[in-house]
Write a protein that binds this ligand. Structure first.
Ligand SMILES: Cc1ncc(COP(=O)(O)O)c(C=O)c1O
Length: 498
């Protein structure tokens, strides 16, 4: 038994250990989860257990489980490498060993925790990307992506690269130099779209909204009326930097009314809230593997309507990027006889196949409902602590919860303590929101009730340690109350349906 388990054994339960040490239950829960008691508690453990668990035992176990990492040592340090070591020229102050990441609870803006089934699949033996077995898996992967995107688009596949590659791919293929592009900007990622439009030689028109607010459909309509030659409209469905959701269906309708194609960023929405490519008649859409799909980062699922494929085929100029040229990539992803384009990241694609299969097994609508359910509980708990959301309720994203940091609190220290003491990662504010908000992600496999409760307990105890009038118990009770209400409603709904 490790020291954390011995403590629970001695005192009877995690709650009793917490009482004996005058700690929050979440701290003890974290000791048990990580399998050791941090070394700084060694003296207390020996005192409170009256020597039954010695300080030395705690220290030895903690330093084995969580060795102190010295980031850099001065040259010629006695623990540095000897000159005869072949690495001495390249990393003289450090002995490089296998990397073992710590166990973290990931509740930031992505990446998320990864389901064990996905991790296992990823570590299967490598095979060639033109192997018939791999090609068959790719066909399934495309079907699974069509399911999560709710589309019959033939050209639906994962690009090799993160979400930023998906974004760039859409602009590079759809915007020719001199094309007028309307970009809606209400956060960081609308800004990135604008940058792409400019770099492709497009003539940008910006529709700007306040950070934390959705894209205003009326402003888009006005911009399109003023710019009748606009060819493309780009907007972010789920703005990760603020936690605000925009009406993708309505914005697409408006763009189409004026003859423009849309590029939609669904990096944070896909899998976590409704994205209906065919019903909403979206032309081009991209996402990323590491958000609500809960896969390893580095893949960007995209989908294009036939309108876009025809538009790109009709382009007279040569597409600037060889790697991104849709016409060339069609021969790999969209053909029955595949030809070499680039070496596909095979094991990451195995992982995406498994991650999508998990969503298929859960049911897409159930996945959306799960994100909503845990958002409601987390929100109840955060608001019970007196925290306020940046975004109005009707535009809040369930998977990305941005709350205003309370006055007088060192927000960076809060995040650091959450990470160091609880292994819990939450997100900081970006751009003008830096230092002003915390972003709590509830995405994919990270979107679970145990994470909601850990987050509330950990944040509550850190804030109350810093002197804020926060009652952890109230926050936990509010979240439990929200869950209970939702259970009752679900039961009533099922009864009515039966
Ligand atoms: C809305 C949005 N778009 C684009 C990106 C870029 O994705 P990636 O970091 O995978 O390149 C992100 C990343 O967080 C995002 O949240």
């Amino acid at each position: 038994m490790n020291c954390a388990e011995q403590l629970v054994d001695l005192f009877g339960s995690q709650a009793d250990v917490a009482r004996a040490f005058r700690l929050d239950r979440a701290v003890v829960h974290n000791w048990v989860k990580t399998g050791y008691v941090p070394a700084r508690w060694a003296g207390e453990v020996e005192r409170i257990t009256q020597g039954r668990i010695s300080a030395l035992e705690v220290i030895n176990e903690a330093s084995a489980k969580n060795p102190v990492r010295v980031k850099s040592r001065p040259e010629h340090h006695p623990f540095g490498l000897s000159e005869s070591d072949p690495m001495s020229q390249y990393a003289p102050t450090k002995r490089i060993q296998s990397f073992h990441p710590p166990q973290r609870t990931l509740m930031g803006p992505g990446p998320t925790e990864i389901h064990p089934r996905v991790l296992t699949t990823m570590s299967q033996p490598a095979i060639g990307y033109l192997d018939p077995v791999f090609v068959e898996m790719m066909e399934e992967l495309k079907s699974l992506l069509r399911y999560v995107y709710q589309t019959k688009n033939a050209l639906t596949f994962p690009l090799s690269g993160p979400g930023s590659v998906g974004m760039e791919y859409c602009f590079v293929n759809m915007v020719s130099p001199g094309d007028k592009v309307i970009v809606c900007q209400n956060g960081v990622f609308g800004g990135r779209m604008l940058e792409n439009a400019v770099r492709c030689g497009g003539v940008p028109v910006v529709v700007e909204d306040k950070w934390g607010e959705p894209v205003d459909p009326q402003k888009l309509e006005d911009a399109l009326k003023k710019n009748r030659d606009a060819k493309v409209v780009g907007f972010v469905h789920a703005e990760t930097s603020t936690g605000s959701s925009s009406d993708a269906k309505l914005l697409t309708q408006i763009a189409h009314k004026h003859g423009a194609l849309v590029i939609v960023d669904a990096v944070t929405s896909l899998g976590g809230s409704p994205v209906k490519v065919d019903e909403w008649e979206i032309d081009a859409i991209y996402s990323a593997s590491q958000k609500c799909l809960s896969c390893t980062p580095g893949l960007s699922p995209v989908s294009f309507s036939q309108r876009v494929v025809d538009h790109v085929k009709l382009r007279k100029d040569k597409i600037h990027s060889w790697f991104m040229d849709m016409n060339l990539l069609l021969g790999y992803w969209n053909a029955t006889t595949r030809t070499y384009h680039h070496t596909a990241p095979t094991n990451s694609l195995f992982a995406l196949h498994e991650a999508l299969l998990l969503i298929r097994e859960e049911g897409l609508e159930n996945s959306w409902a799960r994100h909503h359910r845990h958002h409601v509980a987390l929100k109840a708990g955060l608001e019970a602590m007196g925290l306020r959301f940046l975004v109005k309720p009707e535009h809040q994203l369930p998977q990305m919860n941005a709350v205003l940091c309370p006055e007088g609190v060192n927000e960076e220290e809060v995040r650091r303590t959450l990470l160091n003491e609880f292994g819990l990662e939450i997100g900081a504010g970006l751009g003008p929101l830096k230092g002003k908000v915390w972003r709590f992600g509830l995405m994919g496999y990270s979107c679970r009730p145990d994470n909601v409760m850990l987050c509330l307990s950990a944040l509550g105890s850190v804030l109350s340690d810093m002197g804020l009038a926060v009652h952890v118990g109230d926050a936990e009770a509010a979240a439990h109350g929200a869950y209970a209400q939702m259970h009752v409603k679900d039961a009533q709904r099922k009864k009515r349906a039966a």
